[in-house]
Design a binder for this molecule. Structure first.
Ligand code: FES
Ligand code: FES
Length: 152
């Protein structure tokens, strides 16, 4: 077991974790943040995407001990007292989700994009979304939502 200290959505957590504990399992099972989903568990589907010090990463490909001393942001941190994050609002408005399994991961990639110099072209948005598999919506609504917030 190793002691780690992680800032998750602005709150500091100190835990003892098994060295082999995946970051996705740490978030979901140790911290109870089940908004981050697990699909393929080998880096393909994007469902488990979170921000690590501002960069979108696959939490199923990282160990919890690797984020010791870092900041992690998950979908639970997006909405505030004033309501949903603009990207969540846009996905809702454009019907960019059905079952929602892929949505948390897509949102975190979109938040990463929102923090970059923009605006992003539709082609860029599609290229970044290529790391996310959605089996429900056909992507049109997702691209429209992201275009509205981070696009040109
Ligand atoms: S569960 Fe991590 S990429 Fe699919
Ligand atoms: S909304 Fe169901 S997988 Fe994307």
């Amino acid at each position: 077991m190793r002691r780690i200290e992680v800032d998750v959505n602005g709150s500091r957590h100190v835990r003892h974790v098994d060295e082999r504990r995946l970051l996705s399992d740490f978030l979901r099972h140790d911290l109870g943040l089940r908004g981050t989903k697990v699909g393929c568990e080998h880096g393909v589907c994007g469902a488990c995407t979170v921000l690590l010090d501002g960069a979108a990463v696959r939490s199923c490909l990282l160990l919890a001990v690797q984020v010791d001393g870092c900041r992690v942001d998950t979908v639970e941190g997006l909405a505030g007292p004033e309501g949903l994050h603009p990207l969540q609002e846009a996905l809702h408005r454009h019907h960019g989700l059905q079952c929602g399994y892929c949505t948390a991961g897509i949102l975190m990639t979109a938040v990463e994009m929102a923090g970059e110099a923009g605006p992003h072209s539709v082609e860029e948005i599609k290229q970044r979304l290529s790391g996310h598999i959605c089996r429900c919506t056909g992507y049109a609504g997702i691209v429209a939502a992201l275009s509205e917030v981070v696009g040109s």
